[in-house]
Write a protein that binds this ligand. Structure first.
Ligand SMILES: C[S@@+](CC[C@H](N)C(=O)[O-])C[C@H]1O[C@@H](n2cnc3c(N)ncnc32)[C@H](O)[C@@H]1O
Length: 229
């Protein structure tokens, strides 16, 4: 038989429960949407004969992990260059660093008439050896081409150094065959110098592609072709 205790014990128990409920009311629970903006809008981009429909945000987040939710000037620079030089990517295996792609956009491209390439995405933090090893395990013969568009917007030495370590590792797999095409948009002089210095430090040769220096969204952009020395 259950024991119910005395009336005073029950009153005490009830009071305690009320106090606990009041404390719970004071806790503010923020929905994950408070931190991550997912109000993507379908946007059309035209590069030469290529028309792309992409879901993207209008405004950026400053969290480096989320800056890829919109299409940056570097991506426009890169796509303009590639659409004018389709031989750069034709029949090539390609890895893009910091593409910031969302799964829905991959699905849309795979279903569109443009889809004559297999497109997949992997999580890749540049200094994360588990992420890097997973990708290299899946692609043991490496890639013909590494792409990077507007990947240096925040003044982060760590990002620059780790991305060059990563691209050096990827370039080494195919040694003389692999190239790294960087659509660089200048935001700070410090970063302009740092990028070139780190490439040099990692045994790379940086060549500015003739005729690609341009003004894009009021910023100066350029295409660099980077190879191992
Ligand atoms: C400004 S966004 C450019 C996105 C896209 N490439 C474009 O041009 O629209 C910078 C991209 O670099 C990525 N990124 C920056 N630092 C990174 C790091 N240390 N590891 C992995 N990704 C990084 C961000 O996640 C983001 O996708």
């Amino acid at each position: 038989m259950a024991e119910f205790g005395s009336a005073s014990e029950r009153r005490e128990e009830g009071k305690k429960r009320e106090e606990e409920e009041e404390e719970e009311d004071d806790v503010v629970c923020l929905d994950p949407s408070f931190f991550v903006d997912r109000s993507y809008e379908m946007t059309t981009f035209t590069f030469g004969s290529q028309v792309l429909h992409l879901l993207c945000l209008r405004a950026a987040s400053t969290d480096y992990d989320l800056t890829g939710q919109l299409v940056w000037p570097g991506a426009v620079l890169m796509n303009t260059y590639l659409s004018e030089h389709p031989e750069t990517v034709k029949d090539h295996s390609i890895i893009e660093l910091g593409s910031g792609i969302i799964k829905k956009n991959i699905e849309m491209q795979s279903c569109s008439g443009n889809a004559n390439a297999v497109l997949t995405a992997e999580k890749l933090e540049w200094g994360n050896y588990v992420h890097i090893s997973n990708i290299i395990e899946k692609h043991p013969s490496g890639f013909d081409l590494i792409l990077g568009a507007d990947i240096y917007i925040l003044l982060s030495y760590f990002a620059v150094i780790s991305s060059f370590l990563l691209s050096q590792r990827l370039l080494c797999i195919q040694a003389s065959k692999c190239r790294f095409i960087l659509a660089y948009v200048s935001r700070t002089k410090v970063m302009d110098v740092l990028v070139l210095k780190e490439a040099e430090k990692h045994g790379m040769h940086v060549k500015e592609v003739d005729g690609t220096r341009t003004t894009i969204s009021n910023l100066e952009g350029v295409i660099y072709e980077i190879t191992l020395k």
